[in-house]
Write a protein that binds this ligand. Structure first.
Ligand code: PLP
Length: 425
């Protein structure tokens, strides 16, 4: 007998989260008015506070025109600085190591300009075989940019036969054996497909010990799991803000550069007028004077209307705090896993995400053994109001987000799977 709906309601009462701060889309089908939104790993929901913030910035432009650069309530000239400290807190960095700018893949390229510097035998880039396609294309194009063959330059580490996720040893053993050919290790902190949380400090240490530079794509890690990038000695990292950071589609992304690289005059870097120190920027000098901070990686003046949503979101993370969020996340995902176990026992569905909470964030990925994942998510949405997403050919991802997801959402997932997928017995 499956867990009952009343239990889900009881758990929600005891452990309510912060759903009231968000706008939840209406259900597309089924018997509940609101969607059970489990796609926050793809696009986070809109905080209620975002609209007001955006309108205020729009209003400053209307009232002030060009004077808004200095006279707006949040002057545009320094607006990005308001995002720096809260973003730094979220990833465990100092403000000097952090900047919010551009979008994720653009930032990966800008960072690789500085930190992927193939030389002699040390040319290879290590990624995971289940890397997000944008990352795969980015590293291959970087190899080509340096005149190297992407097929031999990019190493894709795959799980052992019969296993779904990488073991830390799979990565560290490779680095111990072949690390002298590796220029850059660039992995996802939490894998987008499997939901696996990598051992970031252990792999970073192994990569650096092998003489490689170690960067992390934190698209699925930031706002999902606690991070301590500075203490973990990570060389660089980048993340987007539209998944767990709820800052809206295409939101401004973030960058971390470790202190030891700041102000290094020998690092190559692409520059523009926002790369030079702010105090002398408007002297319009022909040669830049980059600050010894991550802001040196900025190029253009930033899109002001994209800043408010990030600011609103980061304030939320500051006020709730990652430790509390992570604790609720472990409870919520554990509950969903338990319910899905009940359903998968006699259905062709397999959870491929590690069971150990220390090896995952909030996402559970389910392999669909019969029929198509895309067809299944369509039915979940239209027949049950459950929003999840499909990754071809056979993975459906469910992410109970600790800020706004409920135990009842998780219960609806299990109910909908039970009603949609035929039993094998
Ligand atoms: C979401 C995601 C991206 C998206 O890249 P954009 O540049 O923001 O379009 C890239 N890499 C990973 C690992 C992602 O999860």
């Amino acid at each position: 007998m499956r867990s009952d709906e009343q239990e889900a309601h009881r758990l929600d009462k005891a452990d309510p989260g912060h759903r009231h701060l968000f706008l939840v889309p209406p259900a597309d089908g089924g018997r509940y008015p609101e969607a059970a939104y489990l796609a926050g790993n793809s696009l986070g929901l809109q905080p209620r506070a975002t609209r007001r913030e955006l309108l205020a910035d729009l209003d400053a432009w209307r009232r002030l025109g060009v004077e808004g650069h200095l006279a707006a309530e949040r002057p545009w000239l320094t607006y990005h600085e308001l995002l720096t400290a809260p973003a730094a807190r979220l990833v465990g960095a100092s403000p000097a190591e952090t900047v919010v700018m551009n979008s994720l893949t653009v930032n990966l390229h800008l960072l690789m300009v500085s930190f992927y510097r193939p030389a002699a035998q040390r040319t290879r880039i290590v990624v995971e075989d289940a890397a997000f396609p944008s990352d795969s294309y980015a590293v291959r194009s970087q190899a080509r940019f340096h005149g190297l063959d992407p097929d031999t330059t990019v190493v894709r580490l795959a799980p052992r036969p019969g296993e779904e996720t990488l073991r830390t040893r799979d990565v560290t053993d490779f680095l111990a054996a072949e690390g002298d050919t590796v220029a850059l290790v660039l992995l996802g902190g939490v894998n987008y497909l499997t939901g696996e949380l990598m051992d970031i400090p252990a792999i970073t240490a192994a990569g650096r010990a092998a003489g490689a530079v170690v960067g992390w794509d934190l698209a699925h890690a930031v706002g999902n799991v606690p991070l301590a990038l500075h203490d973990w000695d990570v060389d660089f990292a980048a993340w987007c803000s539209y998944k767990y950071l709820n800052s809206g589609p295409g939101a401004l992304a973030g960058v971390f550069v470790h202190q030891r690289h700041l102000g290094d005059p020998d690092l190559p870097r692409f520059e523009g007028w926002w790369s030079t120190e702010a105090t002398t920027r408007f002297e319009m000098a022909p040669v830049s004077r980059p600050p010894a901070t991550a802001e040196a990686w900025q190029i253009s003046n930033p899109p002001i209307f994209a800043m408010g949503p990030v600011r609103t979101s980061l304030e939320l993370f500051d006020s709730v705090g990652m430790p509390a969020l992570r604790a609720r996340s472990v409870r919520l995902t554990g509950y969903l896993h338990r319910l899905i176990d009940e359903v998968t026992a006699d259905r062709p569905l397999t959870v491929i995400t590690p069971r150990d909470p220390d090896r995952r964030g909030c996402q559970l990925s389910v392999r669909v053994g019969a029929g198509s994942a895309a067809e299944l998510t369509k039915r979940l949405r239209h027949e049950h109001g459950v929003v999840a997403d499909a990754r071809e050919p056979d993975i459906v991802r469910f992410a109970p987000v600790p800020l706004y997801s409920t135990y009842h959402d998780c219960w609806r997932v299990a109910e909908a799977l039970a009603a949609t997928v035929e039993t094998t017995s």
